[in-house]
Design a protein around this ligand. Structure first.
Ligand SMILES: NC(=O)c1ccc[n+]([C@@H]2O[C@H](COP(=O)([O-])OP(=O)(O)OC[C@H]3O[C@@H](n4cnc5c(N)ncnc54)[C@H](OP(=O)(O)O)[C@@H]3O)[C@@H](O)[C@H]2O)c1
Length: 390
């Protein structure tokens, strides 16, 4: 693990124009004496990327969409910021040394930059859960080999990280992560069948990017998080479960063999887990409002319904099967969610496409990168074909 020299932490932010990226920059703004941004990247939002670069003065900015390079260059003329473009440029910049890489690209495109950052020995603050769902064994093995710390940014995993005593690992029975239940938690199966895009995009607790908001509505997000937790904390599938907790105050609970259950509580605000990962092993102030238990009054817990939310069941089954099943699950879900966002398929077509991919793509142990990339590609082609026939 790279050890910070005690001064300002150099942070490279991948996906800086997204919901997590912008919240990360809020944390940097509040603690500008602690953090220096060295890299900012985006997919295509050149305008916001330029605005961020002017404020934070990183050494480099990278935009994936090469047709936006000129606009970015023009907006940053006169600034001493290197302007780069293209997918390979994002991967190359990720391989440069820094104290912390904040991985907040959405989806599987986050995998290769994160792997490069790990290979460079950079500690990772990981928001991009799809990286672990797609290639968790490979990523965690590489991190162990390089002595790199993977610090979870997902609020549930940040909570587990705070409650999980690694020295008592054999005394841990189970880990529970919580779910808000999403916008359809009180809807019947028939209502969910007819769910419209605008309804799926209305999350009750969190403001997030569009893909994760749809994943939250289908509860696929909770399934992806169970798989993420399995890899981050080296747990067996039977040691993990999810519970619906509407208030989103308890984020996770760790159950010990003596009956003690240690939980982390906080008002829902992503700046808290981001700040925790960025400052670790220290704690720093965040704008997260203090928790007032009396005002909160009560907390409720319910079992998630696998019948109304088949994506959660499919994710658990894929986690149990292992090998390339979670790579297939992730790729199929990304393609199906993207089609739903374009109104090409219905909400319940998402689990149907994921299930079809899990049934049709051949299972393999898929530990190495070329096989993982093959499974990902094959799945996307299959789901695109299913969508075109729809
Ligand atoms: N939002 C949350 O509260 C939250 C909580 C926990 C975990 N996460 C996880 O954090 C990750 C980011 O979520 P988000 O909500 O911040 O997503 P988002 O708002 O959609 O932002 C995604 C970021 O990635 C960039 N990007 C998209 N596709 C890319 C590609 N192919 N190559 C390079 N960059 C690309 C986007 O650039 P443009 O802006 O140019 O499109 C943007 O900067 C996801 O994996 C999500 O599951 C999010």
């Amino acid at each position: 693990m790279r050890v910070n020299s005690g001064g300002v932490k150099k942070v490279a932010i991948f996906g800086s124009t997204g919901s997590i990226g912008c919240s990360t920059l809020d944390v940097v703004r509040q603690h500008s004496d602690r953090f220096k941004v060295t890299v900012l990247t985006a997919n295509e939002n050149a305008e916001l990327l330029a605005q961020q670069a002017k404020e934070f003065q990183p050494a480099s900015v990278v935009i994936k969409n090469e047709s936006k390079r000129e606009a970015l260059q023009t907006a940053l003329s006169g600034c001493s910021v290197e302007v780069l473009a293209g997918e390979q440029a994002i991967r190359d910049v990720a391989a440069e040394p820094c104290d912390l890489t904040l991985a907040a690209i959405v989806g599987a495109p986050g995998l290769l930059p994160t792997l490069n950052a790990i290979k460079a020995g950079n500690n990772i603050a990981l928001a991009n859960k799809e990286t672990l769902v797609c290639a968790g064994d490979l990523v965690m093995a590489e991190a162990r080999r390089r002595g790199v710390k993977i610090l979870p940014v997902d609020s549930e995993h940040c909570a587990v990280f705070q409650c999980f005593d690694p020295e008592q690992r054999t005394k841990i029975d189970k880990v529970t992560i919580t779910a808000s239940g999403g916008p359809f938690r009180d809807w019947s199966k028939e209502q969910i069948q007819n769910a419209q895009l605008e309804q799926a995009l209305k999350h009750p607790s969190w403001e997030m990017g569009r893909k994760i908001t749809i994943d939250s509505a289908s509860l696929m997000n909770k399934g992806l998080e169970l798989i993420e937790a399995k890899h981050l904390f080296d747990l067996r599938p039977d040691q993990l479960d999810a519970v619906v907790h509407r208030q989103s105050i308890i984020h996770a609970l760790v159950h010990y063999c003596d009956g003690s259950v240690i939980a982390q509580l906080a008002n829902p605000d992503m700046r808290l887990p981001i700040a925790y990962a960025m400052a670790w092993p220290e704690r720093i102030e965040t704008p997260c409002p203090p928790l007032d238990l009396v005002k909160l009054g009560m907390m409720t817990f319910e079992a998630p319904c696998h019948e109304r939310f088949p994506c959660l069941r499919l994710a658990i089954e894929a986690m149990e099967v292992g090998g390339n099943a979670t790579t297939v699950l992730n790729a199929a879900n990304e393609e199906a969610v993207s089609a739903f966002l374009k109104r090409k398929i219905t909400f319940m077509d998402i689990p149907a496409m994921v299930e079809a991919a899990l049934e049709q793509i051949e299972w393999s142990p898929a530990q190495e990168l070329p096989q993982i990339i093959d499974s990902d590609r094959e799945t996307r082609l299959l789901v695109q074909h299913l969508i075109s026939k729809n």
